[in-house]
Design a protein around this ligand. Structure first.
Ligand code: 2GW
Ligand code: MN
Length: 304
């Protein structure tokens, strides 16, 4: 499928003349040093973007893994995606699960479908999380490239709470991790051991990206997931596992392959973290205008 916006003729739209000398937001960074926009409320016009992507008849694949007990998250994930994710566009939900029978039945909006992909499970949760890279790369090569233009890869333990639309789409995009957005580079939890393929030396790094939301064109997502999977296989052979698993490898990849768009923490918010932060930060900063995706609370054994 095509994902090239050139040659699109937009219908006549009456819009105010762009005031290019005034930044759309002055309270948040809106551009990376490599001129990738950082997506915040108030920096983009949804009507123009919807037109552009409609004229291309864009189809978006949303990949999500619901293996073993994490199937419980799937219903709310899908219900809220139906309300807020790429509304009005063509969407394929690719649900990777070890238990297809447990996928909830849902009435979907027109142009949207659920595709269940049966995959194996792993005993360790770290392996479940990490092998997502392998499975996404395999399916990208085998079928996604025939069916969708873009892939959006998400964790399942989240809910959509406001608009997430075509503004996020570009050949390669990552999302800023809320926990580290306010911190400087030396506090990023990158893998620091030189023996790991995910290693990022002190003094390097642009952002800390979350493993919970990334994507791009099928080709770019294929390259990313294949590269990360191969790096994890090398680590495994060397008996080392990166500190934050697939997320560490994603950060390494995005350091060396700069994303074309960067999503602000509006796209991966955590009420729980924020509740704790409030104790010393006061109320929500006025720079946060919309919270679009929320991480759900859960319990697990954290690494030491
Ligand atoms: C994960 C942890 C503990 C026990 C089970 C699982 C688990 C994860 C599972 O039983 N079944 C399953 O399908 N998963 C999938 O892996 C699911 O899609 C889930 O969203 C994803 C990542 O696991 P999660 O959400 O528990 O990890 P987080 O939210 O702590 O995530 C960040 O760090 C991870 C690596 O440690 C990943 O990079 C993740 O993308 C990040 O958000
Ligand atoms: Mn998660």
């Amino acid at each position: 499928k095509r994902h090239d916006l050139q040659g699109v003729e937009l219908p006549r739209m009456v819009l105010a003349q762009p005031d290019v000398l005034t930044p759309s937001r002055k309270d948040v960074p809106v551009m990376t040093p490599w001129l990738a926009p950082i997506m915040w409320e108030g920096t983009f016009n949804t009507d123009i973007l919807n037109e552009q992507f409609h004229l291309q008849n864009t189809t978006i694949g949303l990949t999500v893994f619901a293996i073993k007990s994490y199937l419980v998250f799937l219903k709310l994930f899908l219900e809220t995606a139906e309300m807020y994710f790429m509304v009005g566009h063509r969407v394929n939900y690719y649900i990777f699960t070890d238990r297809p029978d447990y996928v909830p039945y849902l009435h979907l909006q027109k142009g949207r479908q659920i595709i269940i992909l049966k995959v194996r499970s792993y005993a360790r949760w770290q392996d479940i999380s990490m092998h997502r890279m392998e499975m996404i790369s395999n399916f990208s090569k085998q079928r996604f490239h025939q069916e969708v233009d873009y892939l959006v890869c998400a964790d399942v333990d989240l809910k959509f709470s406001d608009h997430v639309g075509v503004e996020i789409l570009s050949p390669l995009f990552g999302t800023l991790h809320l926990n580290f957005f306010f911190l400087s580079q030396e506090n990023f939890p990158y893998e620091r051991r030189p023996h790991s393929q995910a290693h990022i030396p002190e003094g390097e790094g642009d952002f800390y990206y979350t493993g919970a939301l990334f994507g791009g064109s099928v080709m770019e997502v294929y390259r990313l997931t294949k590269t990360c999977h191969q790096a994890m296989m090398v680590d495994q052979a060397n008996h080392i596992e990166a500190v934050w698993h697939d997320e560490s490898h994603l950060n390494k990849y995005l350091l060396h392959h700069k994303p074309f768009k960067v999503l602000s923490p509006e796209y991966m918010w955590s009420e729980w973290l924020y509740y704790n932060m409030k104790n010393y930060m006061g109320d929500l900063p006025s720079s946060i205008k919309r919270i679009r995706v929320n991480v759900l609370e859960k319990h697990k054994n954290w690494p030491d």
